[in-house]
Every structure is written in structure tokens, then in C-alpha cells.
Design a protein around this ligand. Structure first.
Ligand code: S3P
Length: 425
């Protein structure tokens, strides 16, 4: 499917975003192994979180999917049933990596796979800790999906992951729910802490001291009534569009503002954006508020070290913003190469199509500022964040651009193009 993007002078209005993808996955998975009926309002509408719901159903958990409201009838830690066939994680790395922690502790064998993109994503990062806990996992060439997981009684470990990854941390903690004693994860770099907040909220005994998380096994998890905040990562496209436009005045309401995710806002402020946060409140342990953006970029941006992990999903759109404004330098970002696509390569290819100059390295890139996007035939390469980032690029081009395989946006944001049209003129 093609989408045509028309140049825009102004980005203004008030929008709300679909529910946070990271939080929706976690709340759904925990609800499936909690006791009783959990209702989740504002559940992420994207395909990824629906892959998680499909897997819970295949494991015998009743799920009523009413779009953005989802009811999950958890059957307790030991309530999952052996699936009849292969579990399908679709395009979702979060689903396969986080669910594997739960599957590894079940008294049955599961096979889990995904689409063509997922079949190329590395799984050793979760296989190694799960194997240390006693799980038996087979993978294609020892590292790629499909995974065949022979569940068993696991033992608690004290583990320092080699990669800064919230998915890996979550996988280990989910497996730790089934262990006797304490599972400890020592994070090399602090990553998003939605799992820790959610486990505590559902009733687990979990402590965090600095980078060390300790979880006591075999908790009783209790069903809840929950509302998911809007997805801050999805706000990056609109914030970037607003900062690139000649006139902008945009309000994004009800967005998740968990401090382990707000590096995006700090980064934008550091390059000169005027951002105001209003109506901050707390929802089930997560901070929520409205974001108001105005102004323009005044300084080049640099993303290196720990900041790279904190901004990993936002880098494609920040690259577009950098090219059109004061430039951007991204380092220590080899992880970008193993996302839904090799995002260094897919960003570079689309930049080339629009006549943007950039220097590409194995673990990052440098894009000089003050460049003009020429209208182009962009390609999502099947990657949702690439589709949306280059739709933003199209807004500042000289003539209409197209996005090929634009439907990829539905993985996290089915309403993206409609929302973009509503605020651009
Ligand atoms: C996510 C963690 C990040 C991120 C992904 C969602 C999560 O991946 O890129 O989109 O919900 O935990 P890694 O943990 O692999 O860095």
C-alpha cells in the first residue's frame, strides 16, 4: 500500500495517541498469569500487542478483544495450557522475547515464531539466561526464531545481561516469577522499567536498588482494572513534525511520562525545543501528562552511550529532524541494526532517496543539518518506525512524496496517517 504525504507549513492541534505498546504487552502477559479478570482500557491498537493477545488465547486464556478495551481472564501462574500449534509473535520482538520467559517455566513444549523480519532477530540474549535457569531452548542456527522451548521447573539466577535491553530484563523476571527464591537482574544500563512497576502493581514482591532488581518467586498476582497511557515513542513523530514546521502549536494529551522513557523530551529540549508538560498525574504506577510543543531546533543533537539505549526507538525520526534542522550525530547504536529492519541501513537508503547527505558507520551515523528533503518514493521496508519517520520527512519536502509499504505503521500505530493529516496544513 502507498501513502502520499503532502508538504505542510503548519503542524497544530490537539491529539491523543494509541496506548503505550511496551506497557500493553506487559500488562496483558501478566494479566494472563494473574488470578481473575483484568480489564485494560486504552490497550495499544497496533498489531504487535494483538500478537501477544493471540498467544495468550492459544495458551488457553480467555481474551475479549474490543479494540482498545481488552478483558483478560487470568488463570494464575499455573493456568496456561499447552498450545495446539505454533505460537505466532508476528513482527513483535517484545512478544517473542518476553513470552519466552513465561513459556520456559511451563510443564509443556511450545514452539514460537514470527514473520520474515522476526526470523532474523537475535535470540541468544534471552536464550543464555533462560538456559542458565535450566530451560531447554532450540533455535534456528542456534540463535533465530522459531524457538522450541521445553518448559521445566527453573531455578533463580543472579544475572547481568550483556545487552542493555528491557525485553531481556523482562524475560528473566517473568521466568523468575516461577522460581523458588530470588531472581536478580543487574542492568548494565538502566532501561525502561514498566515490568518492575507492573509486577509490583499486580502484587509481586520486587525491589529495585540502583541498577539491581530483585524479584521473589511464586507471588500471587491479582487481576486489576487498568488504563494504559498514550505511547511516548509514537509522540516522537508528531513532536519532530512540529519542530520542523514553519508554524506549530501542538498538544499531545494523556501521554506516558515514565522517567525511563522521557529521554526523548530531554533531548528535544537540549536541542532548543520549547516543551511544556501539563496535567501530570499517576496511573497504576506510571506517570501520565499532556505535552505541549512549540518553537524550533536551535542546536545540533548528539546521541551516544546510555542515551542511545534510552532513545533507541526514536532515532529514525530524530535523524529526519536533524537533517532538516541543525544536524545529528548518533554513536554506540549498533542495536539499530537488529531492530525490525537494520535501521541504520533503512534510514540511510531513504535519506539517499531524498537527496540527504549522511555519513554511515557500523554503529551510528552523522547527518549535517540545514538540508532540504526532496520529494521521494520512500520505502518502509516493512518497518513501522521507518514508515512513520519518513512520512514526517515528506511533510518538509518540496512536493508530495510517497511511502511504499506504508501499512507497516499498523504494527504500532494503525491510526498514524489519519492523525498526521488532522494536524497538518
Ligand atoms: C521494548 C524495548 C526495546 C524497544 C522495543 C520495546 C520493550 O527493545 O526497542 O521497541 O517494550 O521492552 P530492547 O529491549 O531490545 O532494547
Amino acid at each position: 500500500m502507498f501513502e502520499t504525504i503532502h508538504p505542510a507549513e503548519a503542524v497544530s492541534g490537539a491529539i491523543r495517541l494509541p496506548g503505550d505498546k511496551s506497557i500493553s504487552h506487559r500488562w496483558a502477559m501478566i494479566a494472563g498469569i494473574a488470578e481473575g479478570k483484568t480489564t485494560i482500557h486504552g490497550f495499544a491498537t497496533g498489531e504487535d500487542c494483538h500478537s501477544t493477545l493471540g498467544i495468550l488465547q492459544a495458551l488457553g486464556i480467555p481474551v475479549e478483544d474490543r479494540g482498545s478495551e481488552v478483558i483478560i481472564e487470568g488463570r494464575g501462574l499455573d493456568g496456561l495450557r499447552a498450545p495446539a500449534g505454533m505460537l505466532d509473535a508476528g513482527n513483535s520482538g517484545s512478544t517473542i522475547r518476553m513470552m519466552s520467559g513465561i513459556l520456559a517455566a511451563q510443564p509443556f513444549v511450545s514452539r514460537i515464531h514470527g514473520d520474515e523480519s522476526l526470523a532474523k532477530r537475535p535470540m541468544q540474549r534471552i536464550m543464555t539466561p533462560l538456559q542458565l535457569m535450566g530451560a531447554q531452548i532450540e533455535a534456528t542456527n542456534g540463535k533465530y526464531p522459531p524457538l522450541t522451548i521445553t518448559g521445566s521447573q527453573l531455578k533463580a539466577i543472579d544475572y547481568t545481561p550483556a545487552v542493555a535491553s528491557a525485553q531481556v530484563k523482562t524475560c528473566i523476571l517473568f521466568a523468575g516469577l516461577y522460581c523458588q527464591g530470588e531472581t536478580i537482574v543487574r542492568e548494565p544500563v538502566k532501561t525502561r522499567d514498566h515490568t518492575e512497576l507492573a509486577l509490583r502493581m499486580f502484587g509481586a514482591d520486587l525491589r529495585t536498588v540502583g541498577p539491581v532488581i530483585t524479584l521473589k518467586g511464586r507471588p500471587r498476582l491479582e487481576a486489576k482494572e487498568l488504563t494504559v497511557p498514550g505511547d511516548l515513542s509514537s509522540s516522537a513523530f508528531f513532536l519532530s513534525a512540529a519542530l520542523m514546521a514553519r508554524q506549530s502549536n501542538l498538544v499531545i494529551g494523556g501521554v506516558g511520562l515514565n522517567p525511563t522513557r522521557t529521554a526523548l523530551l530531554d533531548y528535544l529540549v537540549s536541542i532548543g525545543a520549547e516543551i511544556k508538560i501539563l496535567n501530570v498525574g499517576e496511573q497504576h504506577g506510571e506517570l501520565v501528562g499532556d505535552i505541549l510543543v512549540r518553537g524550533s531546533v536551535k542546536r545540533p543533537g548528539q546521541i551516544t552511550g546510555a542515551l542511545t539505549a534510552a532513545l533507541i526507538d526514536e532515532i529514525p525520526t530524530l535523524a529526519v529532524l536533524g537533517a532538516a534542522t541543525e544536524g545529528i550525530d548518533v554513536r554506540d547504536a549498533a542495536e539499530l541494526r537488529v531492530k525490525e529492519t537494520d535501521r541504520i541501513a533503512t534510514v540511510a537508503e531513504n535519506m539517499k532517496r531524498a537527496g540527504i547527505r549522511m555519513e554511515v558507520r557500523e554503529d551510528g551515523f552523522t547527518i549535517p543539518g540545514h538540508q532540504k528533503f526532496h520529494a521521494a518514493a520512500f520505502d518502509s521496508f516493512g518497518d513501522h518506525r521507518i514508515a512513520m519517520a519518513f512520512a514526517v520527512a515528506g511533510l518538509s519536502a518540496d512536493r508530495p512524496s510517497t511511502i511504499e509499504r506504508a501499512e507497516a505503521a499498523s504494527v504500532s500505530f494503525p491510526e498514524f496517517y489519519d492523525t498526521l493529516r488532522r494536524i497538518t496544513s
